[in-house]
Design a protein around this ligand. Structure first.
Ligand code: MN3
Length: 204
């Protein structure tokens, strides 16, 4: 089964003014699509290598699969993590997720400050990530420089923030902190909570 580029769950301009329509078009239609195609290519080449018994280039194709596979999966979460401001986006999390955030970070405000600082301080391209660590049930904030470099095994990403320049450069240029701050206006906390609850159910 080939991987496919999922449609955005809203219109290109739906996240304006926080993320502009042109960035969304480039980001989804070109960047995300390239990850899907790269992952399909890598998996085809690995299957071909197994079939031919010629595993000399496995390191190369595994790197390609990690790069494009992580790119594809993180973008799938990223689009769903966002929603138009005031129509599913913004505000604060509720329910079990809110309780766990308070437990693990002290308060929502402390979490938001930590997540924003971590995302802003990623060197070069990368991601800010809120993740559920099933082995002790805690929430953790991770940063990923590039995205093929796994930083903790076994975590379930709940909220991911794309801080590659292609995600914000047209509108924000080098002002990543402003982009990060504005993204809080379009976070779909219901989606994050659903991921959290699903992960807890799976790992209970
Ligand atoms: Mn991206």
């Amino acid at each position: 089964m080939e991987h496919e580029l999922p449609a955005l769950p809203y219109a290109y301009e739906a996240l304006e003014p926080h993320i502009d329509a042109q960035t969304m078009r480039l980001h989804h239609d070109l960047h995300h699509k390239a990850y899907v195609e790269g992952l399909n290519k890598a998996e085809q080449m690995l299957a071909q290598a197994r079939q031919d018994g010629d595993l000399g280039l496995v390191k190369h194709w595994e790197r390609e699969a990690a790069f494009h596979g992580s790119g594809h999966l993180l973008h799938c979460i990223f689009w769903q993590n966002l929603a138009p401001a005031g129509r599913g986006g913004g505000g604060e999390p509720g329910g079990e997720l809110a309780r766990q955030i308070t437990l693990d970070f002290g308060s929502y405000a402390s979490f938001a400050a930590h997540f924003a600082a971590a995302s802003t301080q990623v060197e070069g391209s990368g991601w800010g990530i809120l993740a559920h660590r099933p082995y002790d049930g805690k929430l953790v904030i991770l940063t990923a420089e590039k995205h093929q470099n796994l930083t903790q095994w076994g975590v379930i990403p709940l909220l991911v923030l794309d801080v590659w320049e292609h995600a914000y450069y047209l509108k924000y240029q080098n002002r990543r902190a402003e982009y990060v701050k504005n993204v809080f206006e379009i976070i779909n906390w219901a989606d994050v909570a659903e991921r959290f609850n699903a992960s807890r159910r799976r790992h209970a």
